[in-house]
Design a protein around this ligand. Structure first.
Ligand code: CMC
Length: 428
């Protein structure tokens, strides 16, 4: 017998179908609610209870701290696979064979050049422009240089568009970094792999041969895997909703970059380091900042703590914390922010305010410490998150279009003035 959801209002009973997901998640399908009830809508600010789509990409159980891409545990993928392999899995649904992976990597390599006129646009930015602003703008600008709209039903066309996107965005990211430093813009080189190219484009000096530090490349590879997808988060929902108007892939991703930038989302990794440095400068009094975070009259929040979905632990944070210890040890770096971070975590996890509200360290709490150990400057942290999230955005955009989803257009509960008569200027 199929389940139904029942809603009663003013003595009338309405029945709605129930959908069960492959991990037994239950959703009441209210598609026909407004039309069948004569105009009643649901109100769910922040979409805490609203499923906006059906998706086969990522499974997340916030209560149990589970995160899987296409059915594979994140822990397994981070331990055993490389970034491009996992990117392929997330986008196309299956782990690639060697042949498929080689083709994916080589096609991406064939698209890493940018039109030189992109440099003219970059020139117009002030030197201290935040790289996320540059990334978002130049990703949008790619539409001008690639005006061909992808035919989503043509597999080959879609494949090329995916590879193009995977290829060009890291180049823009590296250029945003070089712009800040007043350095020449480097291009990717086909002798390097995807991760080496990100590092090489950011750090290669024109007067020296570049050699990749293996520890750094492996740590970055893992970090990017952890960020690949996270189902319907703020930036991914943005990408889907922009794409739902049939805007192109670059335009949708540019919007996703802007959504990611905010300190409550991807911008938290930069905000965490700024917070830890402030605590150190202020004499290292961790309790003072814990009390500030608990004080409802103080806008301060413990950055890197809490999550909309995880109410137990963030599995990405566990992997990153371990990795932070290992990377700092291997690179022989003694970073005082790691000590403060660990102290802060310990105090918060034993404080009823954080325990009762189920606030745990999230992915951003330790990622900034690793980025810094890898030599990546503060302003580039959220850009690295964007490079990691790119395959997820692409996968979700493609899925949304292939599923033929409707244009995203929420309703609202109007609480403004009722109808009133216009008053001429002289009578106001
Ligand atoms: N510090 C202090 N109090 C907090 C924090 C925090 N970091 N996070 C939540 N709370 C409190 C909040 O004040 C509220 O308390 P009360 O019930 O007394 O009003 C309660 O916990 C629930 O918070 P909420 O704002 O309703 O939770 P949310 O699901 O809307 O917000 C969040 C989730 C991530 C925006 C929030 O926890 C936060 O602002 N964290 C800091 C920013 C951060 O680290 N963001 C990165 C998220 S993970 C990376 C990503 O995926 O983007």
């Amino acid at each position: 017998m199929s389940e139904i959801g029942v809603f009663e209002f003013q003595g009338k009973r309405y029945e709605f179908p129930v959908e069960i997901g492959s991990e037994n998640e239950i959703a009441i399908d209210i598609k026909k609610m407004r039309s069948s009830t004569g105009g009643i809508i649901t109100l769910d600010p922040g979409f805490k209870n609203t499923g906006s789509c059906k998706s086969a990409i990522t499974f997340l159980d916030g209560e149990k701290g589970v995160l899987r891409y296409r059915g594979y545990a994140l822990e397994d993928l981070a331990e055993n696979a490389k970034f491009l392999e996992v990117a392929y899995l997330v986008i196309f649904g299956e782990l690639p064979t060697k042949k498929e992976l080689d083709r994916f990597e080589n096609t991406i390599k064939s698209y890493t050049m940018l039109n030189e006129e992109m440099k003219d646009i970059l020139d117009g930015f002030p030197k201290n422009a935040h790289p996320m602003g540059i990334l978002s703008s130049l990703t949008g600008a790619l539409t001008a240089f690639n005006p061909h709209a992808v035919d989503i039903h043509n597999e080959e066309d879609m494949y090329e568009a995916i590879c193009k996107t995977m290829a060009k965005i890291p180049v823009i990211a590296a250029w945003a970094h070089s712009k800040n430093l007043g350095k020449p813009m480097n291009y990717a080189h086909n002798d390097y792999d995807y991760i080496e190219n990100i590092l090489q484009m950011m750090f290669m000096k024109r007067n020296e041969r570049y050699t990749t530090n293996k520890v750094v490349a492996e740590a970055l590879d893992k970090l990017l895997i952890l960020h690949i997808d996270h189902e319907q988060n703020c930036s991914t929902s943005t990408v889907r909703i922009v794409g739902s108007s049939h805007a192109g892939l670059f335009a949708s991703i540019s919007a996703g970059v802007s959504a990611l930038w905010g300190p409550l989302h991807g911008g938290a990794n930069q905000a965490v380091i700024e917070m830890l440095e402030k605590i150190i400068e202020d004499g290292g009094d961790v309790e003072k900042y814990i009390n500030k975070a608990k004080d409802k009259n103080d806008p301060f929040r413990l950055m890197g703590f809490g999550h909309r979905v995880y109410k137990n632990f963030d599995p990405r944070a566990l992997i990153i914390k371990k990795s932070a210890d290992a990377v700092l040890k291997e690179l022989d770096i003694d970073d005082p922010t790691l000590k403060v971070a660990k102290h802060l975590e310990e105090v918060a996890l034993n404080d009823p305010y954080f325990v009762d509200r189920k606030l745990f360290p999230n992915v951003d709490f330790y990622s900034g410490i690793i980025y810094r150990a890898l030599g990546i400057p503060l302003e580039m942290f959220t850009v690295m998150f964007a490079i990691g999230r790119l395959p997820g955005w692409i996968a979700q955009w493609r899925e949304m279009r292939l599923n033929g989803e409707l244009i995203g257009r929420p309703r609202q509960l109007y609480i403004g003035k009722n109808k009133r008569d216009f008053k001429p200027l002289e009578k106001r």
